[in-house]
Design a protein around this ligand. Structure first.
Ligand SMILES: Nc1ncnc2c1ncn2[C@@H]1O[C@H](COP(=O)(O)OP(=O)(O)O)[C@@H](O)[C@H]1O
Ligand SMILES: [Mg+2]
Length: 306
């Protein structure tokens, strides 16, 4: 069951193409990731989903509604966590939720009950009377997510939910998002953190320069592009031609990253021991499990945060 479908979706700003003819769909109750570096087109894509930004071409449907025609219906059913927290700093924590609830015409007693529940869920109960300004970055982020849930949305869209948070605050957000998913909320998130995508997402698209480079589960993407293991040969780039010729039957691909040679071995341990038996020795050898970072490097030739 598809809750969001994008067909040949395009976003242009004065001729600059930020989203270049992309198609994808989000399934009910999954956590769907849009992974890509700065400028990839992630924010542009999600802003079109919640009707903050008109589409330039193509088609985009949310819960069966057309974003160009039915923005009101869509907004009522979505939870939105924008890239920048936009909490009302003049209001206290609980008041932020209550004011937001009033935009959805939720009756006051019901809004209060829901708000208190959400504060509890996000570990903010003891802060209900605190000024938003006095909260830590992680707390502000949790409050923004709580606020997005006040209308009990079927889908929550989070734009870079943990950017700028310290690792502990990040893990707390991840835990809550996992719990939400297990309660049946469909989650869409953008991120440039590979670990976040790997930890949370059932499926994801990898974007760069407005294009979708590939889509799949984290495991499938790793398997498709690099295989289970990576063998890094420190300072191996100078000998790349030789090594590649010699071991061409034992690798499925390679990449030169600066001075290092990165090999995608068919059998990591065997290749490692063959390399260590060579008369020529290298700076270091590192055999490790592959990650989405390797996939991104393979697809674009550069890291995600460069
Ligand atoms: N409001 C805007 N006006 C003009 N250009 C924009 C606007 N918003 C984004 N862009 C450009 O569109 C491209 C994609 O940006 P964005 O969607 O914010 O990417 P991401 O969220 O992946 O960093 C970038 O080149 C960015 O500079
Ligand atoms: Mg962005």
């Amino acid at each position: 069951m598809e809750v969001i479908t994008a067909r040949n979706l395009v976003k242009e700003y004065h001729g600059l193409r930020a989203v270049n003819d992309i198609s994808f769909s989000v399934h009910r109750q999954e956590c769907f990731g849009i992974l890509g570096p700065n400028g990839a087109g992630k924010t542009s894509t999600v802003r079109m989903m919640f009707g903050f930004s008109p589409i330039t071409a193509g088609a985009l449907h949310v819960l069966g509604w057309d974003v160009t025609l039915d923005a009101r219906e869509i907004k009522a059913r979505l939870g939105i966590v924008p890239q920048e927290n936009n909490l009302d700093l003049d209001l206290k924590v609980l008041q932020n939720l209550l004011v937001y609830a009033s935009f959805f015409n939720i009756p006051e007693p019901q809004a209060r009950e829901r708000a208190l529940e959400l504060l509890d869920f996000f570990g903010l109960s003891d802060k209900h009377d605190a000024k938003v300004d006095h909260l830590s970055g992680g707390m502000k982020r949790r409050l923004t997510i709580a606020r997005a849930l006040i209308n009990n949305p079927e889908i929550i869209i989070l734009d870079e939910p943990t950017t700028g948070l310290d690792p502990q605050a990040r893990h707390t957000v991840w835990q809550r998002l996992r719990q939400l998913r297990s309660r049946g909320v469909t989650i869409i998130l953008t991120t440039h953190y590979l670990e976040e995508a790997a930890q949370l997402c059932d499926r994801l698209i990898i974007m760069d320069h407005g294009d979708i480079l590939d889509e799949g589960t984290p495991g499938l993407l790793v398997e498709r592009h690099v295989g289970a293991e990576v063998l890094e040969v420190g300072q191996g780039a100078v000998a790349a031609d030789n090594l590649l010729k010699q071991f061409q039957n034992q690798i499925r691909g390679h990449l030169v990253v600066g001075d290092n040679l990165v090999l995608y071995p068919l059998n990591g341990r065997e290749l490692l021991s063959r390399l260590q038996d060579l008369p020529q020795q290298f700076d270091h050898y590192l055999l490790r499990p592959s990650t989405l970072e390797d996939v991104f490097l393979k697809l674009t030739g550069r890291g995600l945060t460069e």
